[in-house]
Design a protein around this ligand. Structure first.
Ligand code: NDP
Length: 246
């Protein structure tokens, strides 16, 4: 039902955590996957795992703050696999719970350049190819911070609200031309980003536990597959009930 045979997917943030789980599940489901990140060793290790599992994937070292590197990544994807069907914008950083007064202008720009502008530039770089085909799926990774503020995290929450705006605007502008744009809003997921954070609030959420990257990847598989063709401009939460209230 959720298969991606012969689809070509670019997954940013594919070198770790949630993006890594998505890249691996996509490859297992038949897609040719381009894993994007800056860490060459991690990238190569993940490609080796995927190949051991008989999947097809390439690592293209790319910093999503560089438009030049993004364009090169998209060109290399098309040279290798001929097209692009799916883009997952998973690259992101957290600012470790700083409020507005504690956040410098430099830190604000750094986080926005990765979490928001990186997704914007990636979408811009793949859209023409998708529009030529009349079909394409863009999946942005938001957060519970897409809907609610929390202790600190001023720039993070701002970026995750904004990426939902980008998601909806792409759906609005290009939905009639076959582009689907949706957002996944994970809750607290066990990845290197959350390592060492003992979040007391987890005890009070309905699931009473953190999530696993694979649990987010399942939703990303649904959104990448043809089964989800009617989903448009929407946010899909996978947060153990975090945003229903605690
Ligand atoms: P990780 O820290 O495990 O992974 C972050 C990924 O982003 C890495 O693959 C890293 O690759 C990539 N990245 C960071 N900066 C850049 C850059 N400049 N250029 C290219 N790639 C970059 O985090 P998670 O897997 O937890 O997070 C993935 C996404 O999910 C993020 O957008 C995050 O905000 C979101 N999220 C995470 C939650 C969680 O609880 N873990 C909850 C809600 C949302 P490399 O180091 O190779 O550059």
């Amino acid at each position: 039902m959720f298969e991606l045979t012969n689809k070509v997917a670019i997954v940013t943030g594919g070198t770790s955590g949630i993006g890594e789980a998505i890249a691996k599940l996509y490859a297992k489901s038949g897609a040719k996957v381009v894993v994007v990140g800056r860490n060459q060793d991690r990238g190569e290790a993940i490609i080796s795992d995927i190949k051991k599992d008989k999947g097809e994937a390439k690592f293209v070292k790319t910093d999503v703050t560089s438009n030049e590197e993004i364009k090169r990544c998209v060109d290399q994807t098309i040279s290798a696999y001929g097209t692009i069907d799916i883009l997952v914008n998973g690259a992101g950083i957290h600012d470790k719970y700083h409020n507005v007064l504690e956040t410098s202008e430099e830190d604000f720009d750094k986080l926005m350049n990765i979490n928001l502008k990186g997704a914007f530039l990636m979408a811009k770089a793949v859209l023409l190819t998708m529009l030529e085909k009349g079909k394409g799926k863009i999946i942005n990774i938001g957060s519970q911070g897409t809907f609610v503020a929390g202790p600190g995290g001023a720039t993070y929450v701002t970026s995750k609200h904004a990426i939902f705006g980008l998601t909806k605007q792409i759906a609005y502008d290009f939905g009639k031309k076959g582009i689907q744009s949706n957002l996944i809003a994970p809750g607290f997921i066990e990845t290197p980003m959350t390592e060492g954070i003992d979040d007391e609030r987890l005890k009070d959420i309905p699931a009473q536990r953190a999530g696993k990257p694979e649990e987010v990847a399942s939703m990303a598989l649904y959104l990448a597959s043809d089964t989800s063709d009617y989903a448009q401009g929407a946010a899909f939460t996978i947060d153990g009930g975090w945003t229903v209230g605690r």
